[in-house]
Design a protein around this ligand. Structure first.
Ligand SMILES: NC(=O)C1=CN([C@@H]2O[C@H](COP(=O)(O)OP(=O)(O)OC[C@H]3O[C@@H](n4cnc5c(N)ncnc54)[C@H](OP(=O)(O)O)[C@@H]3O)[C@@H](O)[C@H]2O)C=CC1
Ligand SMILES: CC(C)(CO)C(=O)C(=O)O
Length: 307
């Protein structure tokens, strides 16, 4: 199966490394500077045990003669439009190609379905903690990666792709309710981001303060209020688990949005913006979500000044 991975950053790079390690046929779609670096230096991945893996990888140049069987999308939300344009222009997506987006959030699904048609788009959510250093090295921060994949509107062939992606290091689960799984992952990242951005610390540090648990409860309340107006039913058990995760005194967790904020890197604020927009559209108050957005936007404006 020919697999194209669009984006060679933390997610795309690590998934590509795992797939290539299991001899899957992987090619990267990258912007010119990253493509050049991949060709010159190979893909560099430092796994959670500290080992640096450096391996040569195939990089797509120009257009392709044959469409790919599977295109894995791993850019940040802001880069999706340019990735989509490239995929349309270079012929990588054919009638039988399936697209598997691994972005956080849900907004990308509309873009992909509108551009490529619903039949080609699968649902996906990846759990991993990784980041990309300025020299291109993908740094895996914690061992283990889990991928949930499932049909969005059309169920044909998901198992075939799941089997291809089931490689050592990537725990793949097929979910009939992938939309719910994607929502749960989204509210997990939003909830943990709002708590850690406002509290300015890891979950355990915030939980240890007198009013940390109250902040966690208030954030959960906001998330409940927003999701209650959406076309998705999130299981009560899962929402309770989110509540526990937001106030777990033993959790050293901080999501990538907070890690980026602390490291002075541009953070993927779109993940919060999309949920805030849904709240606004349904007149649901979201003061904590909006407070976190202010802090993140101010920080983003400093590192990526508007032109
Ligand atoms: N990091 C994590 O632990 C997790 C992230 N996610 C989600 O996965 C998505 C990707 O995140 P992450 O991997 O961290 O982001 P990174 O910033 O590490 O990687 C994004 C990659 O996309 C590339 N890119 C940008 N524009 C294009 C383009 N036009 N064509 C091809 N490639 C392009 C960038 O290349 P360039 O070097 O040229 O800028 C970069 O390599 C996000 O939605 C994130 O929320 C989900 C789970 C965990
Ligand atoms: C929540 C988590 C760690 C799951 O992979 C994530 O997506 C992120 O921090 O960006």
């Amino acid at each position: 199966m020919d697999i194209l991975i669009a984006g060679s950053g933390a997610v795309g790079g690590y998934v590509g490394h795992l797939l290539q390690g299991a001899r899957r046929d992987v090619t990267f779609l990258a912007r010119p500077a990253s493509a050049q670096r991949l060709r010159n230096e190979g893909l560099k991945v430092r796994t959670a045990d500290g080992t640096l893996h450096q391996e040569s990888v195939a990089v797509l140049e120009g257009s392709t003669e044959e469409p790919y069987d599977l295109v894995i999308l791993a850019p940040r939300a802001s880069a999706l439009p340019s990735v989509v344009r490239t995929l349309v222009d270079n012929g990588a997506v054919g009638a039988e190609t399936r697209l598997l987006p691994l972005l956080n959030g849900m907004a990308h699904l509309d873009v992909l379905e509108r551009t490529f048609g619903s039949r080609r788009v699968l649902g996906g959510a990846i759990r991993l903690a990784a980041t990309q250093h300025p020299d291109g090295t993908v740094q895996v921060l914690a061992p283990g990666a889990g991928l949930e994949i499932g049909p969005l509107r059309y169920g044909d062939g998901v198992d075939r792709f799941a089997d291809e992606l089931r490689v050592p290091g990537l725990d793949v689960e097929v979910r009939a309710d992938i939309v719910t799984a994607m929502w749960l992952k989204w509210v997990f990242i939003v909830g943990t981001a709002v708590v850690t951005i406002i509290g300015d610390g890891r979950i355990d540090e915030i939980a240890a303060t007198p009013t940390g648990p109250e902040l966690a409860r208030a954030v959960l309340g906001e998330v409940r209020g927003i999701t209650a107006t959406e076309d998705v039913v999130l299981p009560e058990r899962a929402l309770q688990a989110l509540g526990s995760a937001l106030s777990d005194p033993s959790s050293r967790f901080a999501p990538s949005l907070y890690r980026d904020l602390v490291a002075g890197r541009p953070a993927e604020i779109d993940i919060l913006d999309d949920l805030a927009l849904r709240a606004e559209n349904h007149n649901v108050p979201a003061p904590l979500l909006n407070a976190a957005r202010v802090r993140l936007q101010v920080a983003n404006n400093r590192v990526t000044p508007r032109t």
